[in-house]
Design a protein around this ligand. Structure first.
Ligand code: NAP
Length: 497
């Protein structure tokens, strides 16, 4: 068993607020999800709030919980304005209030006589923390905590400027004992989630506002990523997680594929074409389309590429339209337009391309044996289906439509955009009584195909649909909320002026 226990106990909820009352609420909320909680005393706005909060903690004595007290000084990247003696004073009071652990930054330890904190009655277990908010420094091969100044565990939280940086920190977690690895920043996010799997004693997640760059919420860490339940064992079910990688350089990501144990990945813009030269095998159709959105990693580490956008378009449209012999117009000539054009022409459709760059439209039309149509022709031509494969109307430009009502002479309009689910184009079409297909249908169908390629198992379609719709709905509600907030603050500002 690890230092903090097993399973969910290794997910540490970070509680940070400016008032004692808010902190207490966050602690209650955290304890409903995990039993390990870090208390950021330095985030409280004053000593009076710290006194109030610790009095609450002492009185309420949450049972069966592990509390880590932190009162990080500014020098160590925290918010506490006091000196070392004041920091220690608050940690001592935290012990009296029931905290079993404290986080002590290396900057403080260095200032103590003999570089040891054992003389002070701070919480009996000590996590020595090292923060680097700029970069991931050179790291040792291994860290075994008791050897370091009598502390019980060591934490390194370092900004990952690249995926490789986060891999270095995970390697250290794998080879060390009583060690906590915290890769910070967007590039470090997947490693932050996989740290527990690699042997980190803890993974941190925010209950309220994030306290470190790239920190994920407690809800996401537990329910979306299930960080505490991931293993490297060969599973009977699906022991896997789908993680977002910020890929600035494709080479940086590809070098980390085996290290992370990646078995498959989706490819998004701008890497859909560049990935082609890194593949050992490419499905002929994906090669013809010239874009790969799905890669399967074979057991020998080689990469096999395919295109499920193609399948996504087919699945989404064939429910509503007999594709053989139908006439379709595609707006745009980018990656998604190419997948759609190949899909429809292979299914026996007659495809026209309309794009702002005539050269790109001509090239695509030639590749599929279709025709190019100038924009003005849309006023008079009739189609079975019109597909928007441009980003016009996508969030945040949601009020925009690539076509006006006078351009819509067709039976079906499909928008490949799925943020928002109902675009302005789909609203205009519905107003004219035209049947509509949202990009969500394509998104789901291509994701289902990806799942089956990666796992070799049938995808749980109904659960995937529910999850995607719930996530998009939540996003839209959040945006509406933010939008209303902006309007409120504009109104308030106007009223004041
Ligand atoms: P892309 O490769 O960048 O292609 C975009 C196309 O739209 C290009 O032809 C581009 O023309 C054109 N375009 C961009 N801005 C325009 C404007 N203001 N006016 C006219 N044309 C414009 O992007 P993509 O990967 O094909 O993606 C296109 C859309 O499909 C995105 O909204 C994306 O979210 C969506 N999509 C959805 C799914 C799904 O599963 N539902 C899958 C893939 C993509 P230029 O070449 O002249 O810039």
């Amino acid at each position: 068993m690890g230092l903090f226990g097993t399973g969910l106990r290794r997910i540490c909820a970070v509680v940070a607020a400016s008032t004692a009352a808010e902190m207490a609420n966050l602690v209650r909320s955290a304890l409903r999800q995990t039993r390990t909680v870090e208390l950021r005393l330095d985030c409280l706005s004053s000593d009076a709030e710290r006194v109030r909060f610790l009095a609450w903690l002492r009185k309420s004595k949450p049972r069966n919980a592990t509390f880590l007290a932190t009162c990080r000084r500014r020098e160590g990247g925290g918010k506490f304005a006091g000196g070392v003696d004041r920091e220690l004073c608050w940690l001592i009071q935290a012990r009296e209030a029931g905290c079993q652990w404290c986080d002590l930054e290396v900057e403080t330890l260095r200032k103590l006589p003999g570089q040891s904190v054992r003389e002070y009655p701070v919480p009996s277990h000590i996590l020595l923390s090292v923060h680097d908010f700029e970069r991931t420094p050179d790291l040792p091969r291994t860290i075994n905590a008791p050897a370091h100044g009598g502390v019980d565990a060591v934490k390194i939280a370092a900004q990952a400027r690249s995926i490789h940086d986060s891999v270095r920190l995970l390697r250290l977690a794998r080879s060390s004992r009583n060690f906590v690895a915290v890769p910070m920043g967007e590039a470090g996010l997947p490693a932050r989630i996989l740290a527990l799997r690699e042997g980190s004693a803890l993974a941190y997640a925010a209950v309220g506002a994030a306290t470190a760059p790239g920190q994920v919420s407690l809800h996401e860490m537990k329910h979306l990523y299930r960080a505490h339940a991931l293993t490297r064992r060969t599973p009977r079910g699906v022991d896997a997680v789908y993680l977002p990688f910020l890929v600035r350089r494709l080479g940086d990501f590809l070098a980390a594929v085996s290290e992370f144990g990646i078995r498959g990945f989706s490819v998004t813009l701008p890497h859909k074409q560049t990935i082609l030269k890194h593949l050992k095998e490419c499905e002929p159709l994906a090669a013809e389309i010239g874009a790969v959105n799905t890669v399967v990693v074979r057991s020998d580490g080689s990469l096999h590429g395919c295109n499920t956008d193609y399948l996504g378009v087919l699945r989404a449209l064939e429910k509503k339209l007999q594709l053989q012999g139908s006439r379709a117009l595609i707006l745009g000539a980018g990656g998604a337009a190419r997948a759609a054009a190949f899909a429809l022409s292979r299914a026996g459709g007659i495809v026209s391309i309309c794009a702002r760059r005539e050269k790109a439209a001509k090239e695509l039309a030639r590749a599929i044996g279709g025709e190019v149509l100038p924009r003005r022709a849309l006023r008079t031509e009739f189609f079975d289906a019109i597909l928007n494969a441009t980003p016009l109307g996508m969030h945040p430009h949601r009020g925009i439509s690539p076509l006006s009502p006078g351009d819509l002479h067709c039976r079906i309009v499909m928008d490949l955009i799925y943020r928002p689910r109902r675009t302005q184009l789909l609203k205009l079409a519905a107003k004219k009584g035209i049947s509509t297909v949202s990009g969500v249908e394509m998104f789901l169908a291509q994701g289902i195909a990806q799942w089956e390629m990666w796992t070799g198992k049938r995808a749980p379609e109904a659960s995937m649909r529910r999850a995607v719709l719930a996530a998009l709905r939540a996003e839209e509600l959040l945006r509406k909320g933010t939008h209303n907030d902006t309007r409120t603050s504009i109104r308030t500002a106007t009223e004041r002026s």
